[in-house]
Design a protein around this ligand. Sequence first.
Ligand code: CP3
Length: 343
Amino acid sequence: MAKEKTILRALAGETQPVPPVWMMRQAGRYLPEYRATRAKAGDFLSLCYNPELAAEVTLQPIRRYGFDAAILFADILLVPQALGADLWFVTGEGPRLSTITTPDEMNALKPADAIHDHLAPIYETVRILKSELPKETTLMGFAGAPWTVATYMIAGRGTPDQGPAHALMAEDVATFEALLERITEATVEYLSMQIQAGAEVVKLFDSWAGSLKGDAFDKYALAPAHRIISELKSKHPDTPIIAFPREAGERYIGFAKATGADCVALDNSVSPEWAAENVQTDGCVQGNLASRHMVTGGQDLINETKRIVAAFKNGPHIFNLGHGITPDADPNNVHLMLEAIRG
Ligand code: CP3
């Protein structure tokens, strides 16, 4: 049966004259209506765990821009919290977590199937969205990939080079691998429940995949993605999966085939012409406009948007940014981008 939703058509391998479009972090601080709802919720985590308000901020960019996909409003760090880690956000700085670096700390985490009570509000957000989204809009769920989530759990915060996670890998590989395993199992549980609640596509964010090289990339980025995707496909064969091994560089080549992903999301460090030749040949790609154009706008934004559309026009493509839109972006620049794509 032909699929009606543009995102699902792209993910099924269809080349479309106008690519569907959404933006990473499309619900966020660059939007005044997001800031207002967040102020009502209190803080960021209270917003994530309030299904009515989380659904509201998910819908805001759909109303303003008519994107083809809505992405569930939540965070990749809710899974560590559900596994028993403490999590809080320091305004202007980012996330903080209690650290996992010893076998005892690892063993104190909850089993993967014990996360659902804690995450029940997220599944409720998905259910609300399912009933409130326009019929042409695809509902996307997501989770962090095990390596990226582990980098935050090991360091207790974001780090420029993921040094603490690399150190644990070198010094106590058994604890490191046990942690990755637990996150992998929890991610299958979590995404499976999002799909049961109504997510039509899920995306796996491996934001720090680029800091894994060679064998480590195979073991800790590719293999966990393959396992998560295989287990999800066995339970939910019809749900497409997007993998985002950010900054994978030449390792983008073959990543979809090796993991079973229906689409790979490209960051903006690879050129669209290179990716069309080397990655899109395997199927759908998503990306890859640099987020800074949403701040700077103007003719450069229009030219670069058109260049990306043209580079990917002969295959399945979902237009997106190469990473999340930033708080200093001008909401009007999103309209410029949409006009350059849709005409
Ligand atoms: O609109 C969407 O894209 C959906 C919601 C979403 C958020 N985070 C909301 C959020 C998604 C998909 C994420 C993913 C996420 N979270 C990633 C992977 C993608 C990426 O950006 O690389 C990572 C690494 C995180 C962890 C995280 N969450 C960090 C490091 C931070 C602090 C940095 C920042 O931008 O403030 C967050 C906070 C966060 N997650 C915000 C939002 C809207 C900002 C919180 C606020 O309102 O203050």
